[in-house]
Structures are given as structure tokens and as C-alpha cells.
Design a protein around this ligand. Structure first.
Ligand code: HAM
Length: 467
């Protein structure tokens, strides 16, 4: 037997129907981004090693341990991007900065060599947005409101918004100094990683999952106690705007983020249940110094990234499998060679008109029973039976799968219905009088507009047949 291959550890195939959740997430994001004035940026997956070392920071977990490094043929180190903010800033400085501020979004896979677990993978998808050239708290609020709307539209209203302000290059040094002093006084109780972080990235100690470090972190000084006047007023401005929109959020004075570029506002959207330890669905914040650090003219900026796998885990609990696997509007069931040819032509006309239609296209001699079974299995909403009699006498024989109802019409009844439009049929239903083909038929067709469309196309095709 030939060898079977397996997906690489930490990587996943996103199979249907889960892929439909990704599609839903992307579709809604695109719709919202357009309404909020964000334009799409398509970025390469490979970038230079230095891009991330300089932006995310050499002392961070991502740069220290988690990058997938790909040496190229000249010995230069490229990396599979672990995130996209640095790439967006690089692309902005390279190609967009001359046009002024930019509001951008992206969708794509990121790569981090982390220990895989639920909600944490080595390749994962992010939907992200970055607003470059915007300094005031208005755009911070805009991004948080966009996400709030996004989660509400997806029926995930119970996600908690946490915000904090990490200060800027003016006030951060005094905070860092106080933090390092406190942590040095408590160094003996810290884990090995945090003792190292003390000199490289002390803020990360506040984010450590080790119980002893957590206890020490609880009494550590917070950035909020050291904010300069400008940072404090920026943070108040953001909270005022969020309150104006009646968005509920929590100020979390201990919220820090795992990347070095952040200044001022940082935020996370956290799920209260369903994700276990990896409960941050979105992470974001300001990075007012990064554009300049990466060779551009100074430009404040802010953005976020949403983890699509984590979102899909939450959506799975809300959306049933049957809702995800929507069957065709109609399944064409043929009997005999002529009916197969007729159905084959009708199939593409229906699809071209916008309907989701299916048939057993690869098996012209498949039995009626097995076609009906197949139609049931793929959850077709209706089955149009096309046999000798239907073609010869131009009849309608439509089975509605959910109710089990059958719509059977002679030529005249079919013609009556095929010649009226949906609005007319709807208004007709409210007034007593002439029936086109019977109340029950009309009610069904008013409830499902696509069925009337199907019936019209079918009738047209029947009429093209030679008598
Ligand atoms: P991040 O917090 O590293 O921020 O990632 C953002 C989100 O990506 C997380 O909240 C999580 O949902 C998802 N995520 C991260 N790592 C993994 C993983 N290993 N497996 C599955 N999902 C994961 C950033 O990436 C920043 N670039 C966000 C940002 C944009 N800040 C400003 N602009």
C-alpha cells in the first residue's frame, strides 16, 4: 500500500463545514471594513528576519522562540510572518506613506512555533486592521466599536472588552524603572523565564501564566499610575467615546501585550467561556513610534488582529452543523436519457440565474430511488422530478423535502403561475378571488421566492421542447 501522509504538527486542514465559519467571518469583516473605510492590503507571507526582530522586539517570545526561519539560497534569513502589523508598516513606508494616512485591513495565515493546544496552532489565520497616521482617541474607539459590532452581528455578545494604556516614550521609562525595582525586590519568587525577562522585557512578567509570578504581578506597579498628562487625557478621551456609544468595557490596569511596539492604548476581546486558557480572540493597540522606527516619517498608528480559529471555536457553539451545510434549493431528478439531457440543460440555467441547484450529473442511468436518497443526504430543499410524462405533458412535479408536500400541476396551472410575478402573487394572497393554481401552492411560492423563479425557468424550458 502507498504511504499515507499526515499534516505537519501544529498545522491544520480547515475542512468543510468549519471552512464555512472562516468564510462567514471573512465575509462579515469585509462588509464592516468597507463601511468603516478600511481598504484591503495583500501582503507576502515571507518577510526578512530583521523586520520582526526590530518591530516586535528581540526580547519577546515570538522573536526569541517562535519564528519559522527559512534561509534563502543566498544564506539570508527569511521568516514566515508571525503577525502582520510589521508587514503593514513596512508596506506603508515603502508604498503608501506619500498619500498620507491609511486605513487598511488584511486576512491571512500567520506562523508561530508555539506548543499546540486548543486555540493555539503553529499556522493560524488572522483578520486584522491598521489605521496609520491617526493619533487621537477617536480612531481607537472606532476600531473597538467595529469589533463590538462584528461580535454582536455574529451573535457573540458576551465577549469582554478590556483596555489599558501603557504610556508613551515620555512616561514609560519611569514606569519601567519602578517595575524593574519591584520585580528585582521579588526576583527570588519569579520563574526562570521571568528572571530573564527582568532585563529584556519586564512588562511581560505581568503576563506570565506561572502561579508564583501571577501572585507577584498582582502587587506590581501598573502603567496607569505613571501616565503623563497627554497619555492620561488620551485614555480618558477613549473611555468617554466608548461610553458615548454605550459599549461596555473594563479598564484592566494589568493588561500588557506580548509585542514591544505598543504605546498608549492596548486592548483585548476575551471570551468568558469556550476557549480555555487561550481566551483572547482579539489583541490590539497603538504603536505610535513604529512607523518612524521603520524608516518612515513619524506617524501614530493603531490596529488589531482577530484569531479566526478562536472565533470559529466560539461560533461552532452557536451555529449548528445543519445550518452550516445548506443544501441546494433544488435537486433535479431525471428518469431516462431524454430527461437527463433536459435536466442537464436546466441545471446550468438555474445556476446562472443565481439558484443553488444539483443533480446526479455523473450518472445518467442512476435510479430514481437512489437520486432521491442522494438529494436527501445533501439536504436539498426541493426535488424536481423530470420523467417522460412530465416532459411529454409539460407538468410540474416538485417535492418539498422539509414539509413532504408535493406540488403537482397540469400545464395550465403551471402556466398561470409562471406568468405572474412574486409581488403580484403576494398581494393576490391577501385578497379573496381568482386562484392562479390554488392557495396552498401560492402560499408556498410566496414564502420561497426562489421556487417561483425555478418554476418560471422550468416552464420556459418545457415550452422549448418540440411537441
Ligand atoms: P497577537 O495578540 O499576537 O497580536 O495576536 C492576535 C490574535 O491572534 C490573538 O488574540 C489570537 O486570537 C490570535 N492568535 C495569536 N497566536 C495564535 C496561535 N498560535 N494560534 C491561534 N491563534 C493565535 C498580534 O498579532 C498583533 N499584530 C495585533 C495588532 C495589530 N496590534 C496592532 N495591530
Amino acid at each position: 500500500m502507498s504511504k499515507k501522509y499526515q499534516v505537519v504538527k501544529g498545522f491544520r486542514d480547515i475542512l468543510p463545514p468549519e471552512s464555512k465559519l472562516f468564510w462567514l467571518a471573512e465575509k462579515l469583516a469585509r462588509d464592516l471594513f468597507a463601511r468603516f473605510g478600511y481598504q484591503e492590503i495583500l501582503l507576502p507571507v515571507l518577510e526578512s528576519y530583521d523586520l520582526f526582530a526590530c518591530s516586535i522586539g528581540t526580547g519577546t517570545d515570538i522573536v526569541e522562540k517562535e519564528m519559522f526561519i527559512v534561509p534563502d539560497k543566498k544564506g539570508q534569513n527569511l521568516v514566515l510572518r508571525p503577525e502582520a502589523t510589521a508587514s503593514v508598516v513596512r508596506a506603508y513606508v515603502e508604498g503608501l506613506a506619500s498619500q498620507g494616512p491609511a486605513k487598511l485591513f488584511y486576512f491571512g495565515p500567520m506562523f508561530r512555533y508555539e506548543r499546540p493546544q486548543k486555540g493555539r496552532y503553529r499556522q493560524f489565520w488572522q483578520i486584522g486592521a491598521e489605521a496609520i497616521g491617526y493619533g487621537g482617541p477617536g480612531v481607537d474607539a472606532e476600531l473597538i466599536l467595529l469589533l463590538d459590532l462584528y461580535f454582536k452581528d455574529l451573535g457573540l455578545a458576551e465577549i469582554q472588552i478590556r483596555i489599558n494604556n501603557l504610556g508613551c516614550k515620555i512616561c514609560r521609562p519611569s514606569y519601567r524603572e519602578a517595575l524593574v525595582k519591584y520585580l528585582t525586590d521579588n526576583e527570588a519568587g519569579l520563574c526562570e523565564d521571568c528572571r530573564r525577562r527582568l532585563s529584556t522585557n519586564p512588562l511581560r512578567v505581568l503576563d506570565c501564566k506561572n502561579e508564583a509570578c501571577k501572585t507577584i504581578a498582582q502587587s506590581a506597579p501598573c502603567p496607569g499610575e505613571f501616565l503623563c498628562v497627554d497619555c492620561a487625557s488620551h485614555f480618558e478621551g477613549l473611555q468617554r467615546l466608548l461610553n458615548l456609544q454605550k459599549v461596555s468595557f473594563q479598564v484592566d490596569p494589568r493588561l500588557v501585550r506580548g509585542l514591544d511596539y505598543y504605546t498608549r492604548t492596548v486592548f483585548e476581546f476575551q471570551a468568558q467561556t469556550g476557549l480555555g486558557a487561550q481566551n483572547a480572540v482579539v489583541g490590539g493597540g497603538r504603536y505610535d513610534g513604529l512607523v518612524e522606527e521603520m524608516g518612515g516619517n513619524p506617524a501614530p498608528a493603531i490596529g488589531f488582529a482577530l484569531g479566526v480559529e478562536r472565533l470559529a471555536l466560539l461560533l461552532e457553539q452557536k451555529i449548528s452543523r445543519s445550518e452550516l451545510v445548506a443544501g441546494p434549493e433544488v435537486f433535479l431528478i431525471f428518469s431516462g436519457e431524454e430527461a437527463y439531457r433536459f435536466a442537464f440543460q436546466l441545471l446550468f440555467l438555474l445556476r446562472a440565474s443565481g439558484l443553488y441547484a444539483e443533480m446526479a450529473i455523473d450518472e445518467p442511468s442512476r435510479s430514481l430511488r437512489s437520486q432521491l436518497k442522494f438529494s436527501d443526504r445533501i439536504k436539498s430543499k426541493s426535488a424536481l422530478i423530470i420523467g417522460e410524462d412530465e416532459l411529454k405533458n409539460k407538468l410540474l412535479n416538485l417535492k418539498l423535502m422539509e414539509s413532504g408536500k408535493e406540488l403537482k400541476l397540469e400545464y395550465q396551472g403551471l402556466k398561470n403561475l409562471a406568468n405572474i410575478d412574486w409581488e403580484e402573487l403576494k398581494s393576490h394572497l391577501q385578497t379573496p378571488g381568482f386562484a392562479y393554481a390554488g392557495r396552498e401552492y401560492e402560499q408556498t411560492l410566496v414564502q420561497n421566492r426562489d421556487l417561483l423563479k425555478l418554476l418560471k425557468i422550468y416552464f420556459n424550458e418545457l415550452n422549448k421542447l418540440e411537441a
